[in-house]
Design a protein. Structure first.
Length: 254
């Protein structure tokens, strides 16, 4: 059994075939799918899909850094509203993105810190988006870490030193399609750290793994990531599935 710890299959990319996408995931032994939110505009689709498949889809609530702009405080109010209204399994997807635009860097930092505090007060894990922002993210998480903060550095693609910093914070590394790319150095990083520090994710519909690169990603493709990790460690894929599934279950309480 596998758990996709990061998938956006509630987005419009899957509007016409989400049932088939979920069936393919289930057929490929992906029996749990964690759904991080984007912003107030995506919450309804997220909630509807989670309600339709309550034993397979596990929703998170949060404000994605690329959705942070001048009205971000209203967006944070929406996060708080939904957090009080129904059950979520974590706060995400949150963090800092300096790849697309750094105009709202201060607002991104404030939104990130605010949502970390929400996670701590609700005893929930956080799912961190960090693109061109490892140092900025690390400093805030390190400052906020009080021994209860936990979560995943999503789509980790850093070096061995950064991986160790994440582990020392008490966080897990989210490993996705990048691990299957020929030009990625992630394999060398993964083989030097323990499997007990990893969870698997697709980030559907983005970052499809080889051999599906260039296509729309979906949760069923998690098997290719699991197979790659098994190849890196030179162990059976069943062992990769067992350990990463246990890590995910423990983190999200599922």
């Amino acid at each position: 059994m596998l758990i996709d710890t990061h998938s956006h299959i509630y987005l419009e990319d899957f509007l016409n075939d989400v049932d088939e996408v979920i069936q393919r995931a289930y057929n490929n032994d992906v029996k749990k799918i964690v759904l991080p939110n984007i912003d107030s505009g995506s919450v309804k689709r997220l909630n509807d899909l989670s309600d339709a498949f309550p034993h397979l889809c596990y929703p998170l609530i949060g404000l994605h850094p690329t959705s942070v702009s001048s009205d971000y405080k209203k967006e944070l109010q929406a996060v708080e509203y939904w957090l009080e209204k129904r059950k979520y399994y974590g706060i995400g997807e949150i963090g800092i993105d300096l790849y697309w635009d750094s105009t709202y860097i201060n607002e991104q930092k404030d939104a990130f810190r605010h949502q970390i505090k929400l996670a701590k007060s609700n005893n929930l894990p956080i799912i961190i988006h960090l693109r061109n922002s490892f140092q900025e993210v690390y400093e805030i998480v390190n400052e906020e870490q009080n021994g209860t903060l936990k979560g995943i550095f999503h789509c980790f693609s850093g070096n061995e030193s950064e991986a160790q910093q994440v582990i020392d914070l008490g966080f897990l590394l989210g490993i996705g399609g990048v691990a299957t790319f020929k030009n990625s150095n992630l394999n060398q990083v993964i083989e030097k750290i323990g499997l007990e520090h990893l969870v698997l994710e697709t980030d559907s519909p983005y970052l499809s793994p080889v051999p599906k690169r260039g296509q729309r990603n979906e949760s069923s493709y998690l098997v290719y990531i699991a197979q790659k990790v098994a190849e890196i460690y030179k162990i059976p894929v069943e062992k990769v599935a067992g350990i990463t599934t246990a890590n995910a279950r423990n983190l999200f309480g599922i």
